[in-house]
Design a protein around this ligand. Sequence first.
Ligand SMILES: Nc1nc2c(c(=O)[nH]1)N[C@H]1C(S)=C(S)[C@@H](COP(=O)(O)OP(=O)(O)OC[C@H]3O[C@@H](n4cnc5c(=O)[nH]c(N)nc54)[C@H](O)[C@@H]3O)O[C@H]1N2
Ligand SMILES: Nc1nc2c(c(=O)[nH]1)N[C@H]1C(S)=C(S)[C@@H](COP(=O)(O)OP(=O)(O)OC[C@H]3O[C@@H](n4cnc5c(=O)[nH]c(N)nc54)[C@H](O)[C@@H]3O)O[C@H]1N2
Ligand code: SF4
Ligand SMILES: [Mo]
Length: 698
Amino acid sequence: MPLDVRDASLPGPTIVRGACPHDCPDTCAMHVTVENGRAIALRGAPDHPPTAGVLCTKVARYLERTYSPDRVLHPLRRTGPKGPGARFERISWDEALDTIADRFRAIVATDGADAIVPYSYAGNMGLLQYGSMDRRFFHRLGAALLDRTICASAGKAGWVSVIGATVGMDVEAYAESELILIWGSNPVASNVHFWARAQAAKRRGARLVAIDPYRSATADKCHEHVAVMPGTDAALAFGLMHVLIRDGLVDQDYVARYTVGYDALAARAATFTPSRVATLCGIEASTVERLAHDYGTRNPAAIRLNYGMQRHAGGGNAVRAVACLPALVGAWRHPAGGALLSSSGTFPVDGAALERPDLIRGTPRTVNMSAIGDALNDAAHPIKALFVYNSNPLAVAPESAKVERGLARDDLFCVVHEIFRTDTADYADILLPATTHLENTDIHNSYGHLYVTANNPSIAPRGEALANTELFRRLAARMGFDEPCFADSDDDLARQAFRRDDPRMAGIDWDRLKQQGHARLNVPTPYAPFAEGNFPTRSGRCEFHSATLAAQGADPLPDYVPPRESAATAPALARRYPLAFISPPARNFLNSSFANLPTFLAEEREPRVWLHPDDAASRALSEGDRVRVHNDRGAFAARLHVTDRVKPGVAVAPSIWWRKLSPDGRNANQVTGQALTDMGRAATFYDCLVEVAADTAT
Ligand SMILES: Nc1nc2c(c(=O)[nH]1)N[C@H]1C(S)=C(S)[C@@H](COP(=O)(O)OP(=O)(O)OC[C@H]3O[C@@H](n4cnc5c(=O)[nH]c(N)nc54)[C@H](O)[C@@H]3O)O[C@H]1N2
Ligand SMILES: Nc1nc2c(c(=O)[nH]1)N[C@H]1C(S)=C(S)[C@@H](COP(=O)(O)OP(=O)(O)OC[C@H]3O[C@@H](n4cnc5c(=O)[nH]c(N)nc54)[C@H](O)[C@@H]3O)O[C@H]1N2
Ligand code: SF4
Ligand SMILES: [Mo]
C-alpha cells in the first residue's frame, strides 16, 4: 500500500504528514491517514524524535474536532442581539467580504484606520496561519497594532535580559539529567513530550522536584514538591543563590569566564537568607537549604521552567532570577544541564518577510491584548472594529466583565473567524468559517524542541471554511491592495518563513521539508549552547547585570517583585479576599480550545475550585458544595473540591471553561485583573485575590 504520498485524491488510504498547530511546546508531527477524501486516523509521527509516535489525549482524538457537527461551515451574519444565544443567517463569501470591506472603508474615512483592531493569538501556531497574510493586511490597512502579551512576554523579557535570546536546553537531553527542577510547570498536562524525558531520567536515578503552589499531577510523580505561594519564585531563586554562594557551591571558573555582574548579584542574594525566603514563599528554611545543596551538587542539573511563574506582577523578574541559576553552578557546561523556558529563539524565523511591517501606514496606535477590556471601553480612543481570529478573548482575556461590556457595544463592528461558535463568536456581526490544520498548509518552528515541521493539508476544507492566509488574501483584494506580496501563495509564504542564509537552516528547504515532514535545525547534537559561554547577549556573557536594562533606567539586576495582590502587599484587600487564586490549564483543554467537545467536557466534568481542607472548614464548606468565587472585579460559580493538594491560602480552578457551557455563564476570568507585569507588559492572571463562599443562588 502506498503509505507515503501526499496527494489525498489518489484511491486507497494514503498518509499525509502534518503538524499539530496548537499552543503547546511539543509541536508534534503527525501522520494522517486519508481514504476517499476523508481523514480516518491520526497518530504521532514515529520518526519525529520529540513526538516519538505519541500524541496527547486531546489531539489523538482530533477527528472529533475536525468532523464535529458544531463546526462553523459558512459565512454568517448576525440577525438578533449580540451575546449568548445570538442568531445568525447564512450569507455568501462575496457578501461577507463586501460587508467587511465597506465597513472598514467607512471607518478609515471617519475615525482613521487605527480604530480597526486585529485581535489574534495562538489558536494556530503555524507560522503562516499565526502571522503572515493577516499581518500584511492589517499593516497595509494602517490598523492598530496589537501587543501580543497574553501568554509569555513577561517571561521572555526576563529570560532574554539574562541569556540574550529564547534559547535553552534541547528537550531530548533531559533524559540524561541528574536533577530536574520542574518550576511553574505541569508537564503531565501541558508538555507531555518533555515529561516523557523527565520520566526516563527518573528511571535512570535522577531526582525530580516540582515547584508549584499546588500538588499537580506532575508534582505527584516527582520526588519532592515545594509548595511556594504564588508569585514568590524570585525569592526562592535568590534563596538558592544565597546558599550556593555561602556554601561554596558556585562554579567560579564558569562565572569568571562567561558571566557579568556576579559580585552585584551576590550582594543582592546575601539579603535573601533562607529564613527570610521561607517567610516570603511560605515554605521551610530547611527546604531552601536542601534544594540549594541538591542543585549545587547533582550534576548535570536541569531546570524546566514554564509560564506559570510569570503570570504575576513580578513575572519578568521571577524568570530573570531563575535564569541566573544555571550559570552560577556551571550547569550549562553539559547538554543535560541548564534550563529551558522556550526554544523559539533558536529558529531563524523571518518575521519581517512574513509580516511585512514596512507596509505600515502612518503611526497607528498599539493596543495591549491583555487589557482589551479597558481598550474596548475607552471613549477617548474608541475602537470601531475588532477582527478576531486564532483567539477567544471573551473566555481567555482577564476581567471578562469589561471585555463583555466592550463586545456588547452597539457601535462596535465585530468580525470573528473561527472553527467553532465560541463565546466571542456570539458577539460577531460577521462570523467566518476557519479551517483546522487538516485542511490547510503550514510550516512550524517550536517553543519546546529544535525541529522545523511541515503541515500538509490532508483533506479539503469542510464546508466553505478558509484558512487564515486565504481569508486575508481575499480581503486584501477586496480592499484593492495590489502590492505583489498579497499574491503570495502558501508555498511562497512557507519559503519565506525562515532566513535561508542562516547556518541553522542549512540543508532545510520547503519543497523537501513538506515531503520529509520535519528536519532538525542544523545545530550540534548533543546541544550545549552555552558550554563555553557564547551567550547571545550584547556582552556575549550571561548577564546577571544587564547594562541594556540599566540604560533604560530599569534595575540592572533581577529582584524579587512581590505579587500585587497578597497579604503582604495589599493587606486591606487580603482581609476581604484572603485566597490567592490561580487558574492553570486543565489537562483536557488547551486554553479554551477542546473545551466545547463532548469527550473532553466529560473528562473535566464541570468548573471546579480546589481548596485546602482548613480553608474549606473555616468557611463551613464541604466537598461538592456549589460555591461562588468572587472579588471586586466579579464572580463565577464552581463546584468545590476539598483537597490537601492545595496549599492553605491558595485556590485553584483548572481552566479555561467556555462561559456559555458553565453553570452561570461565566468563567475564571471574571475575577482576574488587567494589571500588567513588571517586564514585557504581560497579563497577570495568577496575581489575583478572591474569596470563596457558598453559592446561595442555587
Ligand atoms: N493540556 C494543556 N496543555 C497546554 C495548555 C493548556 O491549556 N492545556 N496551554 C498551553 C499554553 S498556552 C502554554 S503558555 C503552555 C504553558 O502553560 P503554563 O501556564 O506554564 O501551564 P502549566 O504547565 O500548567 O504550568 C503552570 C503551573 O504553574 C503553577 N503556578 C501558578 N502560579 C505559580 C507561581 O507563582 N509559581 C510557581 N512556581 N508555579 C505557579 C500552576 O499551578 C501550574 O501547575 O502550556 C500549553 N499546553
Ligand atoms: N484564567 C486564565 N486565563 C488565561 C490563561 C490561564 O492560564 N488562566 N492562559 C492564558 C494563555 S497562556 C494563553 S496563550 C491565552 C490563550 O488564548 P487563545 O489564544 O485565545 O486560545 P484559545 O482559547 O485556545 O482560542 C483559540 C481559538 O482559535 C481558534 N482557531 C484555531 N485554529 C484557527 C485557525 O487556523 N484560524 C482561526 N481563525 N481560528 C483558529 C480556536 O477554535 C479557538 O477558539 O489564554 C490566556 N488566558
Ligand atoms: S497539543 Fe501538544 S502534545 Fe498534543 S499533539 Fe499538539 S503539540 Fe503534541
Ligand atoms: Mo499560553
